[in-house]
Design a protein around this ligand. Structure first.
Ligand code: FE
Length: 234
């Protein structure tokens, strides 16, 4: 028997992983990143083969890893986590520098970044795990804490996007128990965020107790910025 909720007890950070060059760069939000060894310093990143960044890592054999801070703008998660680099240039208009290897590095709301050269790859089916050797690393802001996946789930109330290795399809009935009130919950079908009528959406000035049907027409998902029509009652 597999209880999908057990997966949610695993801990992760949240990072923007970028690759490419000055002409064609892209990035995605990753949580499945970890340091493999310290000597030599190596980092593993799991990347979905459908991601545009995956194609760029295969081509350039380099990637950069930017560690998001706990107060990172939701737009970063929205732009890098729920949009495809095949449709849009995610780095356009962003604070990007180019590292020693020529790889684009995302720097907004980040504690640090690391530039890696791919030394090994493991094809694990839907994803490829790239092992990168650290070429260069730099602190950007040591006054903040890192954003964790747990914080993202608890505070942002979102789930992993479908391309993430940690994506779990949860039975919808288990996610909402509202016996004591008539408030209902609506789940974003794009990113998994749940709008709780009892909580409202303080990030967009929506007071607790606001019914989903009373949300303004221009209200969007606070995580992936999709429209109300993409939510379903759970
Ligand atoms: Fe969403």
């Amino acid at each position: 028997m597999i209880d999908p909720k057990a997966f949610y007890t695993l801990s992760y950070g949240l990072y923007v992983v970028t690759s490419g060059d000055k002409n064609n760069g892209n990035g995605f939000v990753a949580n499945s990143v970890f340091q493999v060894t310290s000597d030599p310093p190596r980092i593993a990143v799991s990347c979905n083969k459908k991601n545009h960044t995956y194609t760029l890592i295969e081509k350039h054999q380099v990637f950069a890893l930017s560690v998001l801070s706990v107060d990172a703008s939701r737009d970063i998660i929205s732009d890098f986590g729920y949009k495809s680099g095949k449709d849009t240039n995610k780095l356009q208009g962003k604070a990007v520098i180019y590292g020693e290897t020529g790889v684009p590095v995302f720097t907004t709301d980040c504690l640090s970044y690391m530039e890696c050269k791919v030394v090994q790859r493991f094809d694990v089916g839907t994803h490829v795990i790239f092992i990168g050797e650290l070429m260069h690393s730099q602190m950007l802001d040591d006054s903040k804490k890192a954003l964790t996946y747990d914080y993202y789930r608890e505070v942002y109330k979102a789930a992993a996007p479908e391309n993430a290795p940690t994506y779990v399809e949860m039975p919808s009935a288990e996610t909402s128990v509202k016996a004591a009130t008539d408030y209902r919950s609506y789940k974003c079908t794009i990113c998994g965020y749940t709008y709780e009528e009892s909580d409202g959406d303080p990030t967009q000035g929506i007071e607790a107790g606001t019914l989903f049907s009373d949300l303004p027409h221009d209200w969007v998902c606070p995580i992936c910025r999709t429209v109300k029509d993409d939510f379903k009652l759970i």
